[in-house]
Design a protein around this ligand. Structure first.
Ligand SMILES: [Zn+2]
Length: 200
């Protein structure tokens, strides 16, 4: 446990920093503490999405299994806007184990299909704001499934940039180096062609 002097020393160190640096420093300090010490310093953190999982915040539940929960967004972009998230707390997409990311995408697609089949929309945006610079405002990483119709008022977009060939090549190189190598699974040609016939 931290002594009151240690708590004061940490607070004194943080107070002189800018809000962004405070967040960074606090994260760094917290990562070295035990759960009890963390609670001592910042109090019991109440992630609203974890509280939804625990049933302590009322929700309109769209889907639930042992790993994920999907509820209607209380500030929707459109009617039927659903948010889907892992039941365990993860700050970012990078932290989620593979078994859960697979489940998340599969459920996201089920919900997207349901929205279309229910005639709430003819299209969907499936969006993850992963990290503050990408617009993540929730402490718990989540997926937005936004129903879309022609001429609705939702706006999602970006300007296209011109990037030189050499920069494209070096980006490609950097990315590929960081992707774990997996042996590509052999796909039997015949079965692939059978199940995915090409329409000439
Ligand atoms: Zn949470």
């Amino acid at each position: 446990m931290l002594t009151p002097e240690q708590v004061e020393a940490i607070k004194g160190e943080l107070i002189s920093l800018s809000p962004e640096d405070q967040q960074k420093k606090l994260k760094e300090i917290i990562s070295k503490l035990s759960p009890e010490e963390r609670e001592q310093l910042v109090g019991k953190q109440q992630c609203p999405f974890c509280l939804m999982v625990e049933g302590k915040i009322p929700t309109r539940k769209v889907f639930e299994d042992d790993k994920v929960l999907a509820v209607l967004d209380i500030n929707p972009a459109n009617e039927g806007h659903t948010i889907l998230f892992p039941k365990n707390h993860f700050d970012s997409l990078q932290e989620i184990p593979e078994s859960i990311t697979q489940n998340l995408f599969s459920v996201a697609n089920k919900i997207s299909k349901a929205l279309i089949e229910a005639n709430l929309c003819d299209s969907t945006n499936i969006i993850i704001n992963n990290g503050a610079s990408a617009g993540q405002t929730s402490p718990h990483i989540l997926i937005n499934i936004i129903p879309r119709n022609e001429k609705d008022k939702v706006s999602i977009g970006w300007d296209h940039q011109k990037i030189s060939d050499s920069k494209m090549d070096s980006a490609l190189d950097l990315i590929k180096k960081k992707i774990p190598k997996e042996k590509p699974k052999e796909i039997k040609k015949s079965s692939y062609i059978d199940s995915h016939p090409r329409i000439p």
